[in-house]
Ligand binder design. Structure first.
Ligand code: ZN
Length: 237
């Protein structure tokens, strides 16, 4: 509940309230709305989930919802993610859009600050691949430019270690939300990502591996350590 006394007003509105008597209620509601608006500060969101938890679909949905109201948004994604070409947000159901690619050397604060039109929101796919300096720059986009930033990504890699981007988003985000999906092998919630190379589970190696006959599956903790090999083979695309 926002009280009138909480707002930084110069005294004009309280005086009006006394003079206008019967209009008091409607003016109060206007003041309340203004107060709520001024207090609505942008926030940094981190929405994480295992593989196939619908992160890209959610980004495309949020972008669509803003743009339906003529509110422009900016889509960004890691320049490392080349599965659907550099600078693309692609969902498994076939929808995709172009996005600004983020490379290690990209100054994301300057990129957003120099846009001709201030966006209503910045949406980031594959946020696990962000560097610490990117996450810190996005906190400035939120705090200095007052633009909400929503970052979507994996929390843990196939070795079950935090990605750099996820680590700093967990530390700096205002709001953290888990996007849920179920285990590839059972009906428990998937909290980890199992990596297969040539049909065998892999638990060690470089965090980012591109190419090769590989696949990632969302799994529960039990099946991360004890995958059902036959079932995996049967389901493998
Ligand atoms: Zn399971």
């Amino acid at each position: 509940m926002v009280k009138i006394s909480d707002c930084s007003l110069n005294g004009t509105f309280p005086t009006l309230l006394v003079r206008l008597g019967c209009m008091k209620a409607s003016i109060s509601s206007i003041i309340l709305k203004e107060c709520l608006r001024s207090e609505k500060m942008a926030q940094l969101f981190f929405k994480y989930g295992a593989m196939n938890s619908g992160k890209s679909i959610e980004i495309l949905k949020v972008a669509h919802n803003y743009e339906e109201q003529n509110k422009p948004v900016v889509l960004m994604t890691s320049g490392l993610d080349t599965r659907s070409g550099v600078g693309n947000v692609a969902s498994r159901i076939g929808l995709e859009r172009t996005a600004i690619p983020i490379f290690d050397e990209t100054d994301v604060y300057e990129t957003i600050a120099n846009l001709e039109q201030k966006p209503y929101c910045v949406l980031i796919d594959e946020a696990q691949f962000l560097k610490k300096h990117h996450v810190l720059a996005f906190t400035r986009v939120v705090d200095e430019l007052n633009i909400p930033v929503m970052a979507f990504g994996l929390k843990n890699d196939f070795r079950n270690e935090l990605f750099e981007g996820s680590q700093y988003l967990l530390l700096y985000a205002d709001k953290i939300e888990e996007m849920k999906t179920i285990c590839w092998f059972c009906h428990k919630k998937a909290t980890m990502n199992l990596h297969y190379v040539d049909g065998q589970p892999v638990y060690e190696g470089d965090q980012v591996q591109i190419g090769g006959n590989e696949a990632y599956y969302p799994v529960c903790r039990h099946h991360y350590f004890h995958p059902e090999m036959n079932k995996e083979v049967n389901n493998e695309k």
